[in-house]
Write a protein that binds this ligand. Structure first.
Ligand code: URA
Length: 241
């Protein structure tokens, strides 16, 4: 059981002192009865709490899988470009969700949006060993030399804001078609896949993320579409299932 004022302020934009005022003004009912005591104890899962006649939306954390189209940036806001949040409906408490890691503006595919910072860290941190799988189309055939080089750990050249060379962790590269390689990484350096191929003189012309952990981008999820994830999906994403 938790205090009523705490529950209301956690799931709305109201501060604790706003909530006290709302309670005094008889704006809150619990299971149909007006409650004015801020320290009234409620079970947020079972009790029906109405604020100004509207049911409190008790969602602890939100987890979404989005099939990102080209042209959207992986941020919560941007002055010039559309962001991945522009693809999410208004009523999904947009202000609280953010993308887990980044895909470049021209990269498509699976990106997770959540309000859960701990979960996000678990997916992004290279120490947690969560694989990310990309299909990369390049401007020349995928070679055995690239496969070997990816396995050994590619050394990335200095690029843009990078001040020194960086060595990547070993990565897997499989040939899907002549010019298409499937890359499995567990880190997310700046433009990593593109720069890994660049180290072999190849240019990535199309990049699509198809999997995170053991969770595959659902085949029926079209570009720009998203779906809410359940517990089972989250375990797959973390590679625990
Ligand atoms: N590597 C890239 O180069 N770009 C992405 O968007 C993701 C991985």
């Amino acid at each position: 059981m938790e205090r009523l004022d705490k529950v209301i302020s956690n799931y709305t934009e109201y501060s604790r002192s706003d909530v006290k005022k709302l309670l005094r003004d008889k704006c809150v009912t619990v299971n149909g009865t007006i409650v004015r005591e801020y320290d009234y104890k409620v079970d947020k899962e079972k009790d029906e709490i109405l604020l100004n006649g509207e049911k409190l939306n008790i969602i602890d954390n939100i987890y979404i899988a989005l099939n990102k189209p080209e042209g959207y940036i992986s941020a919560t806001e941007d002055r010039e470009s559309l962001t991945v949040l522009d693809l999410i409906e208004e009523n999904v408490i947009r202000s609280k969700i953010f993308p887990v890691g980044r895909l470049d503006k021209d990269t498509t595919g699976l990106i997770i949006l959540t309000s859960d910072g701990v979960f996000s860290h678990e997916i992004v941190s290279p120490k947690k060993h969560v694989d990310k799988v990309y299909d990369a189309t390049i401007d020349k055939p995928v070679t055995d030399e690239m496969i070997k080089g990816f396995e050994d750990g590619v050394v990335l050249r200095k690029d843009g804001c990078m001040v020194k060379e960086e060595k990547c962790m070993p990565a897997k590269l499989e040939i899907i078609e002549n010019n298409v390689g499937r890359v499995t990484l567990r880190e997310g350096k700046y433009h990593q896949v593109k720069r890994m191929f660049e180290a072999f003189g190849a240019k990535v012309v199309k990049l699509n993320r198809i999997q995170i952990g053991n969770y595959k981008l659902p085949k029926d999820l079209k570009l720009g579409e998203y779906r809410f994830l359940n517990e089972d999906d989250l375990l797959k994403i973390k590679g625990e299932k």
